[in-house]
Design a protein around this ligand. Structure first.
Ligand SMILES: [Zn+2]
Ligand SMILES: [Zn+2]
Length: 188
């Protein structure tokens, strides 16, 4: 066995993929060391890991680091294109599947399970639980709910009791009236 003499990764050591000696994005944003990022680059081999489109043919001409976050879990899944990034948002239920993304559901699932930073089966189960608990919000699916302003009923008891009773009779539902009589009939 050899002793581990590698330095603790920090913003001074993880600079290989950045310009002007700054710390790499993969380290600052995902805590991923340069060595691990090189392994990820090698695994992707210049293509989106989900749709396999070569990096230079993707919309932005660049692949992005995709990660899963939630339920106390954080793991890098891989390098993907922008389009597949939005497919994974559907997989993670931060958005609804649509006609364009749905055909990718199975591949998205397989890709998720082949996450680069491979979590334990228990962590995967926990991630699924978190995903299942999410309710994706889609403004198009929002039902139209008319807003009815709450009415405030003012009954002045300093006038006549008949007047007050009339007003209550007119404004209360049968159930509310019954309940009120019940409460007033209670011995003090
Ligand atoms: Zn780096
Ligand atoms: Zn892709």
């Amino acid at each position: 066995m050899t002793a581990d003499i590698s330095p603790v990764p920090n913003r001074r050591t993880e600079t290989r993929h950045a310009t002007s000696g700054n710390a790499c994005n993969h380290f600052l944003k995902y805590g991923m060391t340069c060595d691990n990022f090189d392994r990820l680059l090698a695994r992707a081999a210049g293509r989106c890991e989900l749709c396999k489109t070569p990096e230079e043919q993707t919309q932005r001409g660049a692949l992005v680091i995709d990660h899963f976050q939630g339920e106390g879990l954080f793991f890098v899944r891989g390098l993907i294109c922008d389009r597949c990034n939005s497919v994974m948002a559907r997989h993670d239920r931060s958005a609804e599947w649509g006609p364009a993304s749905l055909p990718w559901a199975d591949k998205a699932r397989a890709y998720h399970l082949a996450a680069f930073e491979q979590p334990t089966p228990l962590d995967f189960a926990q991630a699924d639980q978190y995903i299942a608990s999410r309710r994706p919000y889609n403004v198009k699916d929002r039902p139209h709910i008319p807003i009815t302003p709450r009415k405030t009923l003012v009954v002045r008891l300093d006038r006549s009791m008949t007047e007050a009773a009339d007003k209550l009779r007119r404004h209360l539902t049968d159930r509310q009236r019954e309940r009120l009589i019940e409460l007033l009939s209670k011995p003090m």
